[in-house]
Design a protein around this ligand. Structure first.
Ligand code: BG6
Length: 300
């Protein structure tokens, strides 16, 4: 559907606008009583969430590319039906972040929050990458918090094993005064040490590249941001893994879409089901992975 047609069907006066950030690349812009936000139809990727009176919650690289086939560096790319590398397929983090989704509905709710639903089904392109019939639905609630809920359905006749992540890039004042809490005593696989297993004893602090998959963790997590004086809270639903990633200097410089020095202002804390937390979907079976993201003052 063309952007003008999407705008005719889905725009809501003063609250929801649809415009192109680059040719044929529509984004939904939300401006309600609680927050502003933007969502790309490409990859159903949240690009921005900013509650009233707050700094942005998500980080997006100034050098990000807005074009079909390439995931935007930042926001919340959706990694599905596999996370990371796949032994038999090329696309890292799966393929649903690399194509346009369908906008199903936008509703303005009684409390002035906004609910957006996007969907994706298998087609010729997806079956050439992964020969499985599926349906995905992303439900987004832009309110005092940002709620994301991804429902995946196996429409094939054989069981499927899925790994997935809501690959959230968070904006932080300074990575040197940022800590991730809630993963103490959890075991992780260290991607920088051949995925060997270690235990996290303390809060996570950053002074070098860090790339880890925490397993069997369902409880809330917090990103403490001492410079901005706030903490971002992640409440997960049906998620047993969390990825924590900061590429630091050398790796970020190797990515052409990663703005210079950007690693100082971001951290990825990704809600997912990965490695031994993979989800088995029976034929016709569904699973919903979700996260609710909110902001609190650090002193509270
Ligand atoms: C993280 C991984 O989730 O995504 C990292 O743990 C990876 O290993 C990063 O480098 C970015 O991946 P991509 O494919 O978006 O460059």
């Amino acid at each position: 559907m063309k952007t003008a047609e999407l705008a005719r069907r889905f725009a809501i006066d003063k609250r929801v606008r649809i415009r192109e950030v680059s040719p044929h690349y529509p984004i939904i812009e939300i401006n309600n009583a609680h927050a502003t936000a933007s969502i790309a139809l490409h990859g159903a990727q949240i690009l921005r969430y900013q509650p009233r009176g707050q700094a942005p919650v998500l980080w997006v690289s100034k050098d990000a590319v807005y074009a079909e086939g390439k995931s935007v560096r930042g926001g919340v790319p959706i990694c599905w039906p596999w996370f990371g590398a796949h032994p038999a397929h090329k696309a890292s983090h799966g393929f649903v972040r690399n194509g346009f989704w369908r906008l199903r509905s936008i509703a303005q709710l009684a409390d002035d929050s906004t609910e957006i639903v996007l969907s994706l089904e298998d087609d010729e392109r997806s079956r050439s990458l992964w020969p499985v019939s599926f349906a995905l639905e992303l439900r987004v609630l832009v309110a005092q918090s940002l709620s994301l809920s991804l429902t995946m359905t196996n429409r094939s006749e054989i069981p499927q094993t899925i790994t997935a992540a809501l690959h959230s890039y968070f904006y932080v004042g300074d990575i040197a005064s940022t800590a991730v809490l809630g993963l103490e005593q959890i075991e992780y696989l260290d991607a920088l040490q051949d995925f060997q297993r270690f235990t996290q004893f303390n809060e996570i602090r950053f002074d070098a590249e860090l790339d880890r998959i925490y397993e069997h963790c369902s409880a809330d997590e917090w990103i403490h941001d001492e410079l901005l004086g706030r903490r971002i809270r992640l409440q997960k639903t049906n998620s047993r893994s969390t990825v924590v990633w900061n590429p630091w200097i050398k790796k970020s410089a190797s990515m052409s879409d990663f703005e210079a020095g950007g690693y100082r202002h971001m951290v990825c804390v990704e809600t997912g089901n990965i490695a031994s937390d993979a989800v088995d979907l029976a034929p016709g079976g569904s699973h919903t992975l979700g996260v609710d993201i909110s902001v609190e003052a650090l002193s509270s």
